[in-house]
Design a protein around this ligand. Structure first.
Ligand code: GDP
Ligand code: CA
Length: 314
């Protein structure tokens, strides 16, 4: 058994790669739900959906999120009716079916983890996909100047083109890990930290009470892949958020931030010159190509991660 901690696009790419070299049944994913948002009365779980769609072969390969072959009729109507006001977060027609289903099942009293398992089953996903918590945790962003907004307003509404002062995970103190999360993290041969946004994808998972401690106890069995390559994020605001929150935007900065609970950091060949600095943070450093630009590169990275953890693969 291995357990991977994941956000959306980087997380799902790593999971797909791992599932191509290990039987999917041996993999559990613990996925960030701090990005979740209720829109038009619908419960949307962007990172969980990206993981399930990607593992189910249903993701849009162009964007890495949303559905392949998607249509946008409902959004078009909403845009026309509201003069654009209510259509700031794109939900495709097929994707809407998922949110309708999730919302209905939650209203019937099902837990988010149960509904997630049902949706994963519909896509034939063999990986066990667990939301980090069944309880509501909401990532909130305080902009430079002091105004606090929800994560999606920052990420999608403002296209993350604004300065950030701080980030918090509202509700996390009272949240419990979803059933199976602590057992998976505590009992796996290996914990893989996917190359996901450290601030808004990985940190919320670790902040769920019990999760951080459980992972830290397994530190020597934790292998992380740096989402920072050559001093920048491949995509998205991870680099800016790190620097705004006072971290160095480099693999050495990632190593220092994660050193209390990560034993090994896999960094890109572009960062080979920083390997010694990673090691001086007390984190073992493995250097290999980490950009999952295609299937071959992704599989090679998955093998390198398993090698780093001393696991055999096929
Ligand atoms: P989101 O939830 O969709 O924003 O995605 P994640 O949080 O899972 O991942 C975003 C981060 O993943 C960004 O910082 C990217 O730099 C990083 N990332 C995405 N693809 C790759 C990859 O192939 N290799 C590495 N090393 N990082 C990646
Ligand atoms: Ca996300």
């Amino acid at each position: 058994m291995i357990t991977a901690i994941a956000g959306g696009v980087g997380g799902s790419r790593m999971l797909r790669a791992l599932a191509s070299v290990l039987p999917a049944e041996r993999i559990t994913a613990v996925v960030n739900t701090g990005d979740d948002i209720v829109l038009h009365g619908l419960h949307v779980s962007p990172d969980v959906d990206t993981v399930v769609y990607t593992l189910g072969g249903a993701a849009n390969p162009g964007t890495g999120w949303g559905r392949v072959g998607e249509t946008w009729e409902a959004m078009g109507e909403l845009r026309a009716l509201s003069a654009g006001r209510l259509a700031w977060f794109n939900l495709g027609d097929r994707d809407l079916g998922t949110h309708l289903y999730r919302t209905s099942r939650l209203a019937e009293g099902a837990a988010l983890s149960e509904v997630t398992a049902e949706i994963a089953r519909r896509w034939g996903v063999g990986v066990t996909v667990l939301p980090m918590s069944d309880d509501r945790v909401e990532t909130r962003v305080t902009l430079a100047g002091g105004r606090e907004i929800g994560f999606q307003e920052y990420f999608v509404g403002l296209r993350h083109e604004v300065g950030v002062e701080s980030v918090r995970f509202a509700g996390v103190e009272a949240a419990r890990p979803a059933p199976g999360v602590l057992d998976a993290l505590g009992g796996s041969e290996l914990v893989v930290v996917c190359p996901s946004n450290p601030v808004v994808s990985i940190a919320p998972v670790l902040a769920v009470p019990g999760v951080g401690d459980t992972v830290a106890r397994r530190r020597e069995r934790v292998v992380a892949v740096s989402p920072i390559v050559a001093g920048a994020a491949l995509k998205g605001p991870a680099d800016r958020l790190l620097s705004e929150l006072g971290h160095e935007v480099s693999v050495a900065g990632v190593a220092r931030m994660w050193a209390p609970w990560v034993g090994t950091l896999v960094v890109d060949v572009a960062d080979a010159d920083l390997a010694a600095e990673v090691e001086s943070a007390g984190v073992r450093c493995v250097v290999t190509p980490t950009v999952m630009s295609g299937p071959a590169e992704s599989v090679a990275l998955a093998r390198a991660v398993l090698d780093a953890g001393g696991l055999s693969w096929s």
